[in-house]
Design a protein around this ligand. Structure first.
Ligand SMILES: Nc1ncnc2c1ncn2[C@@H]1O[C@H](COP(=O)(O)OP(=O)(O)O)[C@@H](O)[C@H]1O
Ligand SMILES: [Mg+2]
Length: 397
């Protein structure tokens, strides 16, 4: 005779297992992934316990009964294994919440409106433009030509130079010239408030670009994101490998994705990024020299009502070490004077109130402005370029 206690235990475990198994199925249908996985895991344990109790029963029964029971034990053990596999499979799948969060993140990184800046709008920087055309834009547009000449055209572009030199403008112009959507992000967009968000955002940014198939990904303030590892920041120690692996992922990608990093502090970037295949093209965007300042100021002045006495040559001489952003600021501050004069005339009730920008306005504004970039910053950049074996630009003051 078999042992009644074990048999009762077997029956109760089996019933419990079947109830939990059914609940797991219901949870799965509703898309409650975590709950379903937990229930399946619980059911698996119960089926195994039922099988064990049945084994105890076998000990005290005759030959014929034992054979039947042993078959049942085998069946129950197989079911326990299957149900456990179900739980593991579910745990590997992303939950509905994960999918939703990922979709939301991708929405975070939508391409910017079509870029309305072209290379023609960028004053000077001819060498940089040519290099970017040869190494970045044309390989992406005429892949087959480059392949024919066995030119390796993988990897992106590092734009570096003092602030206000035009790096962001160049990146936008690359997107316009190559006719690609522009996905741009800066450090604050990527590094979230919560643990683990930064890597998720990097993945979402690259995923959004991959979905577009052809795109420019622009990472501004790259030194903050792609900084040297080994510091105390655990976020960065996790983020940098994620960024590297996303960039390596393009090798097998058949779309056209151009990755551009911009930084004022290239010496803070993890050298792993500068290696071949990742960011092999390095482009220095220096402070504007005399020629660039002349072209830039001429264009800015021409767009505004100006008196004939404006002496571009004199302004160019007085703006040594000014960045393009400083020049934009100079023109803005200068224009405030004729605007104020016009307002005064209006207030007096005069008929003609039109005033023009004149040399004195510009000189007055100049006397209150200083170049925003310190010479030490340029020295540090040039020292890094020398260390990297790059050529320093030939500048006309
Ligand atoms: N070479 C250039 N030609 C025309 N405008 C420029 C040039 N370089 C910069 N600018 C203008 O100067 C400002 C700063 O440029 P930006 O691209 O933001 O500099 P960076 O990204 O290097 O800090 C912008 O208004 C930009 O339009
Ligand atoms: Mg910028």
């Amino acid at each position: 005779m078999y042992q009644k206690e074990s048999y009762d235990l077997y029956l109760s475990k089996l019933r419990e297992a079947m109830t939990v198994d059914e609940a797991a199925g219901e949870a799965r249908k509703k898309g409650a992934r975590d709950q379903a996985a937990d229930e399946y895991a619980k059911a698996s344990v119960l089926y195994a316990q039922a099988a064990n109790s049945l084994l105890d029963v076998c000990d005290g029964c005759n030959e014929g009964e034992r054979k039947d029971f042993e078959k049942s034990v085998e069946r129950l053990t197989a079911i326990a294994r299957q149900v456990r596999a179900c739980a593991e499979e579910l745990r590997r799948q992303p939950s509905q919440q994960d999918i939703q969060a990922e979709e939301e993140d991708q929405v975070l990184f939508r391409p910017a409106e079509a870029q309305n800046v072209t290379f023609d709008d960028i004053a000077g920087l001819d060498e940089a433009k040519q290099m970017i055309l040869d190494e970045i834009i044309h390989p992406s547009m005429y892949r087959e030509l480059y392949d024919r000449f066995k030119m390796d055209n993988s990897g992106g572009l590092l734009l570096f130079g003092p602030p206000g030199g035009g790096k962001t403008m160049i990146a936008r112009a690359v997107a316009a010239e190559a006719n690609l959507p522009f996905f741009s992000a800066r450090c604050s967009d990527i590094v979230g408030k919560y643990f683990g968000e930064a890597e998720k955002h990097v993945r979402a940014l690259f995923e959004a670009a991959r979905k577009a198939k052809n795109a420019v990904i622009f990472l501004d303030e790259a030194e903050a994101l792609a900084c040297r590892r080994g510091g105390h920041s655990t976020v960065m120690n996790r983020l940098v490998p994620e960024l590297l692996s996303q960039m390596d992922g393009f090798e097998k990608f058949d779309g056209r994705i151009i990755v551009i990093f911009a930084t004022n502090r290239p010496y803070d970037i993890d050298p792993a990024f500068l290696r071949h295949g990742r960011l092999p093209s390095h482009c220095y965007v220096p402070l504007p020299d005399e020629n660039v300042r002349t072209a830039f100021l001429k264009k800015m002045i021409a767009q505004r009502p100006c008196s004939d006495d404006v002496d571009i040559g004199k302004i160019v001489q007085a703006t040594n070490r000014f960045s393009c952003a400083d020049l934009v600021n100079l023109v803005r501050k200068s224009c405030q004077y004729p605007i104020n004069r016009s307002i005064e005339r209006k207030a007096k009730g005069e008929q003609t109130v039109e005033e023009f920008l004149c040399q004195q306005d510009i000189e007055q504004a100049l006397s209150r402005l200083h170049p925003s970039v310190e010479p030490e910053e340029i020295e540090r950049l040039e020292k890094w370029m020398k260390k990297m074996g790059m050529q320093l630009p030939q500048m006309a003051a």
